[in-house]
Design a protein around this ligand. Structure first.
Ligand code: NAD
Ligand code: MG
Length: 328
């Protein structure tokens, strides 16, 4: 079992007297900045000139500076802007302001692991990655609990890198739930594999294939939508609350038996071989190189694929049916 860290394993003293700069005020940024401020820390948010988040952050009681000013002010600089913009922002606005003993922090390992960002050796490089979206990190903190986090140390120039990472995790509420130590490689590779094979890629293709099978067989697309997309949430909520067992316990015996006997025909040896291939492309850097090049070209492939997804019949019928759902 991996070691778990809780509140009593982390000491906010590791952040004492330090300036904490949070770059970006999106999903993660607002949660880290507000939780740390409420934990008594000296926090500042770094935003682009003219950012629409400036007034929001200020009205929530935070000091706001430009990205470069915040990077200069910060002893710990947490980079919470989109992963594909981090390299440029790092080179232009962060790197010039890093001093010996400073800490560069991330919530995902992509840019460090794939060599897009290389910090000078006299700087600590750490990760604090909540295993949930920012609004949940904020909401649970306000309720006195927290979201589990991963922490990792890539570079320990001061000998204090891990203490700082654990203290940051405590300051955002993570150690209330439990923190797992990992490394940048494992966090990055499992994260990319999960979103590609299972969460985003796998589940969306499963939904579309099921929907198309029913519609092609002549069933009304409305029914196909409910069965293959809408009800996915009920099932996922059960997984989330109590694993596969809770799902199987909660559905009818007929559904359970049908699933147990038929599911393996959907995820076949071929699907498993494809998963291994996807993992290999994550591990050998092929996916990262492709994604970096795609961004350098202005995301032409992404734009085309997004449009195709938007035009899929399951999306067209969904936009209509969701109007019936007053609670959405
Ligand atoms: P986001 O898109 O919600 O927010 C990004 C913020 O950066 C916004 O405030 C945006 O205005 C700002 N920004 C965009 N481009 C910028 C630029 N060029 N210069 C300065 N600011 C810029 O992003 P997010 O989802 O909070 O992700 C931030 C980091 O957290 C990423 O590394 C991501 O992988 C990681 N992460 C996200 C989640 C999640 O659930 N969203 C969970 C764990 C880790
Ligand atoms: Mg992720």
């Amino acid at each position: 079992m991996t070691t778990m860290y809780y509140d009593h394993d982390a000491d906010l003293a590791a952040l004492k007297g330090l300036h904490l700069a949070v770059l970006g005020y999106g999903s993660q940024g607002h949660a880290h900045a507000l939780n740390l401020k409420d934990s008594g820390q000296q926090v500042c948010v770094g935003l682009r000139e003219g950012s629409s988040s400036r007034s929001q952050a200020e009205s929530e009681g935070l000091m706001v500076k430009t990205v470069a000013e915040a990077a200069a002010w910060g002893d710990i600089v947490m980079v919470l802007i989109p992963d594909q913009h981090q390299k440029k922002v790092y080179e232009a606005e962060i790197a010039p302001h890093l001093e010996a003993g400073n800490t560069l922090a991330f919530a995902h390992g992509f840019n460090i692991h794939y060599g897009q960002i290389t910090a000078p050796p006299e700087v600590d490089v750490i990760m604090i990655a909540p295993k949930g979206p920012g609004h949940l990190v904020r909401r649970t903190f306000e309720n006195g609990t927290g979201v589990p986090c991963l922490v990792a140390v890539h570079q320990d120039a001061t000998g204090q890198a891990k203490n700082k990472a654990l203290a940051w995790a405590k300051g955002i509420g993570g150690t209330r739930a439990g923190v797992i130590e990992t490394n940048f490689k494992d966090e990055t590779e499992t994260d990319l594999f999960g979103e590609q094979a299972v969460l985003c890629g796998g589940s969306a293709e499963l939904i579309k294939a099921g929907f198309e099978t029913l519609v092609d067989a002549g069933y009304p697309p409305e029914l196909a939508y409910f069965e293959c997309l809408h009800e996915m949430k009920l099932i996922v909520d059960l997984y989330y609350e109590g694993g596969l067992a809770r799902m199987n316990f909660s559905v009818s015996d007929t559904a359970e038996y049908g699933g147990l006997t038929r599911g393996k025909r959907i995820i076949t040896d071929e699907s498993r071989a494809a998963m291994k291939e996807i993992l290999k492309e994550v591990q050998n850097g092929d996916f990262a190189r492709e994604w970096i090049a795609e961004n350098e070209k202005g995301q032409p492939n992404m734009t085309r694929l997004r449009q195709a997804e938007k035009d899929h019949p399951v999306e067209k019928i969904g936009r209509r049916l969701r109007k019936m759902m007053s609670w959405l």
